[in-house]
Design a protein around this ligand. Structure first.
Ligand code: SAH
Length: 340
C-alpha cells in the first residue's frame, strides 16, 4: 500500500475528484497530516466516515522507524530505518535564524566523488517522496519545534531523483503542509546539467547549490567523476544562463582539501572561473574520514584562500562546523550502522 505522504496536494485533489469527492478535502487532509500530524485517518473529523474507509484502503500513514539518534550541542543526527531495512540519515542544525534539516534523497549514491563517504557505496535505490517527507516530520516531532529551513545535502544526488525531489519541495512549501518558504530551501547538486536546466523552469524560488570543489577540469575530474560527463566548460555557461533566467543567486560549495585544491593558485583560478556571476562561495572544512585519503586544510590555508576570494570581490563564507564528532558528515552514520 502506498504512503499518503507520497502525494502532492494536486495529486491528492485529483484523487478526491476521481472518487467523486470535492477537491477541497485535499486541503483539509493536508492540514491533518502536516499541521496536526495525525497518525490515523480515524482522527480526521471533517471527511465523511465512508470516505475515511476508502482512504484507509488506498493509503497508509506510517512514520519512519528511528534507529539511532546522536546529539551534540546544536546538532542532532538521526538514522531512520526504511521498510526494506535500508537506512537513511538526516541532520538537524539549530542556527540563530531557525532550525535547519539536512535530508537524504537516495540510499547510497552513484556519483562516486573521491572525498565522500556516501559515494563509496553504490546507489541502492531512490528514496520515495514520502521517505523524504517523513524525515522532516519525524525530526520536527522529535524537536517539538518548527523546522524553518531545509537543505537537500544528505546522502544521494537530488538531481538523480529529480521528480521525487520536486514533489517533496512542493509538499514542504504548501501552505496547508509545512509552509516552508521556497527561499528557505536549498538543493545541492554535483552538477547534472540537464536537470539544472529543468530546474530553472521550476516556479518555486528554491536555492541551488553546486558542489564545485575544483576550478580546473583535470583536478575536478579527479575528485568528481561527474565532471567527465558534465565538465566545467559546459557547466559554467549553463549556470550563468540559470542565474540570468531565474534571477536567483547560486551557491558554490568548495570543500578545502589539504594540498589538493587549497593553494593560492587554486583560489586564483576559482576567481577567474566565477568572476562576475551572481553567486557566492561557501568554503567547507573537510570532515575527515579515515577510509579516504584526504585531509582537512590547515586553518591558515583556509584563511589565505578566503582572503584571495574576498580581495577579488567574490562573496565568500566559511561554513560553520556542525557535528564532526558525531559523524554528522555525509553518510558516515549510515556506514557505521552497516559496519555494526
Ligand atoms: N550530491 C549532492 C548533495 C549531497 S553532498 C552534491 O554533490 O551536492 C552535500 C555536500 O557535502 C556536497 O557539497 C559534498 O561534496 C559535501 N561533502 C561530501 N563529503 C564531505 C566531507 N567528508 N566533508 C565535507 N563535505 C563533504
Amino acid at each position: 500500500m502506498q504512503s499518503i505522504y507520497n502525494l502532492t496536494k494536486k495529486e491528492l485533489e485529483e484523487y478526491f475528484l476521481k472518487n467523486g469527492e470535492k477537491k477541497f478535502h485535499a486541503d483539509q487532509l493536508f492540514s491533518w497530516l502536516y499541521q496536526k500530524k495525525v497518525k490515523s485517518f480515524d482522527s480526521v473529523t471533517d471527511i465523511k466516515k465512508d470516505f475515511i474507509s476508502v482512504l484507509k484502503q488506498d493509503f497508509e500513514i506510517k512514520p519512519l522507524k528511528l534507529l539511532k539518534k546522536e546529539s551534540e550541542k546544536d546538532v542532532n543526527k538521526y538514522l531512520f530505518l526504511l521498510d526494506d531495512n535500508e537506512a537513511v540519515e538526516s541532520v538537524l542544525m539549530r542556527h540563530d535564524y531557525g532550525n535547519s534539516i539536512c535530508i537524504s534523497t537516495q540510499v547510497g549514491c552513484n556519483m562516486g566523488c573521491a572525498f565522500c563517504e556516501s559515494g563509496r557505496r553504490k546507489k541502492v535505490r531512490d528514496l520515495t517522496v514520502s521517505e523524504m517527507v517523513r524525515q522532516v516530520l519525524m525530526v520536527e516531532e522529535d524537536l517539538e519545534e518548527k523546522i524553518t529551513h531545509i537543505v537537500i545535502m544528505g546522502i544521494g544526488e537530488p538531481f538523480d531523483n529529480y521528480d521525487n525531489v520536486i514533489k517533496f519541495l512542493q509538499i514542504m512549501n504548501d501552505p496547508k503542509a509545512l509552509a516552508i518558504g521556497s527561499r528557505h530551501m536549498t538543493v545541492s547538486t554535483c552538477g547534472i546539467i540537464p536537470k539544472i536546466k529543468e530546474f530553472s523552469d521550476f516556479p518555486l524560488q528554491v536555492n541551488l547549490a553546486i558542489s564545485l570543489h575544483a576550478p580546473r577540469e583535470k583536478l575536478r575530474s579527479s575528485l568528481m567523476k561527474i565532471n567527465k560527463v558534465y565538465p566545467l566548460k559546459d557547466l559554467i555557461p549553463v549556470l550563468k544562463e540559470y542565474t540570468k533566467k531565474t534571477n536567483r543567486r547560486l551557491t558554490f560549495e568548495y570543500i578545502l582539501l589539504d594540498k589538493i585544491n587549497d593553494q593560492e593558485s587554486d583560489a586564483k583560478d576559482l576567481v577567474k572561473l566565477i568572476k562576475g556571476m551572481n553567486a557566492y562561495v561557501n568554503l567547507i572544512p573537510y570532515n575527515y574520514n579515515e577510509k579516504l585519503k584526504f585531509n582537512r586544510s590547515k586553518p591558515v590555508q583556509i584563511m589565505k584562500f578566503y582572503d584571495i576570494l574576498k580581495k577579488n570581490h567574490i562573496q565568500v563564507t566559511i561554513r560553520r562546523e556542525f557535528g564532526s564528532n558525531i559523524s554528522a558528515a555525509c553518510g558516515q552514520l549510515r556506514s557505521k550502522k552497516e559496519e555494526i
